[in-house]
Design a protein around this ligand. Sequence first.
Ligand code: NAD
Length: 497
Amino acid sequence: MIEKVPLFIEGKFCQSQSDEWVDVTNPATNEVIAHLPCALISEIDQAIASAKATFEKWKTVPVPERARLMLSYQQLLKAHHDELACLLSSETGKILADAKGDVWRGIEVVEQAANIASLMMGETTENVATNIDTYSLIQPLGVCSGITPFNFPAMIPLWMFPLAIAAGNTFVLKPSDQVPLTSVRLAELFEQAGAPPGVLQVVHGRKAQVDHLLEHPDIRTVSFVGSVPVARYIYQTGTHNLKRVQAFAGAKNHLVVMPDANKEQVINNLVGASVGAAGQRCMAISVAVFVDGAKAWIPELKEAMAAMKPGGWDEEDAAYGPLISAEAKTRVLRLIQEGKAQGAVCELDGSECTVKDYPNGNWVGPTLFSGVTPEMSIYREEIFGPVLVCVEAGSLEEAIALINNNPYGNGTSIFTANGAAARKFQHEIQVGQVGINVPIPVPLPFFSFTGWRGSFYGDLHAYGKQAVRFYTETKTVTARWFDDDIPKGPNLTINMD
Ligand code: NAD
């Protein structure tokens, strides 16, 4: 019996009445593991109406009580860490250790949400004029929404709803249609942690369901993470409908290798950051930029990459799992073919990859190209597979110019032993998250996830202080209390003192 994925509306799990269902598959076998409803518009309306009604009560709940809900949730998520990771692995194919990291990064945001009281403090200035004080209040907005991608089924939903709800909002989540099961479990645990009915709703579907969220007048904010074309569409449509939108998009992340870097560290970090999670991370390193003599290390890099074998999520020696879908594999194979046809040197070709016991999985082996130039499609497009392309630069200045000319700006890294080179790189690079001898510089939740340029549309980023500002409004109060010094007569001018 194949599971039907439930909706979560008004605090209850329920079956959709939709006629339109899509298959959720195990990417290691392509067997169907669940059926997902494309929710009816009336069901989405019901979820939004419930969230709207609940907001009126939830916004008055004292901040420490909202924070305590997050503490209980954090405890429960930790208690279910392994179980969540297994579920996440079964729908993404991600190897277990990596799935645990995905859940853990989400738990850390819940920990941040438990600090909501200090994050929602306003500011005060006394005596802005004689006997007048001004202070600001941070207030929730109403119904917020989130639309999430397949590649981090725990972390990315947890980037969104815990902080929004801790700030006093209610939330409608539309998880990825490819990996909905982890989100449903996260909602179950949230309810068990004591979340009042209606604070969080989960609806399912694709474009039509997302469009309804983008159009609905009671949705105040849209948080999106996913591919570039959809991020642009969400940002344009959501803002056109006068909503506050943050849209995190795809990437092409470069790692600059200076000739003075530690060779062993460079090779280990390039391998892990390019093929880890089968390259399906928005912060994966997909371009290695070898400055000057560092390109001599490519043969050793190739050897290290070739040792990485994909496999089933519960196999101890598997380095990474399958691609999420047969379509994703077709796209990656197409790009590998284009790389060869456009004149890059395919040092290591993972196109013909098989994995014992999993003849039907979406496998791609580690793939390495050298001699890549910026016009080639393997350089221009986000491949989102275990494929690393190597380009060469004559100097650090050339490497910086190359990266700054690329349309994306999610993450980048430099490996060097030279502090002045690292300082120049961090200062001049037009990328929002920079690593110095750190390949995937994802900030912890007391900072924010700050992609730039074509990797992000909006201004306030995910988690940390910026997310609290995204999910709240600032009200500024100017107050005077009359005593015996009451001014006489009306004041018809702007006060200058
Ligand atoms: P996707 O854009 O296909 O899907 C993301 C979400 O949008 C899903 O919930 C999906 O159901 C919905 N959706 C898909 N097509 C839609 C449409 N036409 N209209 C409205 N909604 C639609 O992305 P994905 O393949 O699930 O995720 C991978 C992508 O996400 C990669 O490009 C990756 O770089 C990016 N990503 C970015 C970040 C970041 O922080 N910048 C983080 C993770 C993933």
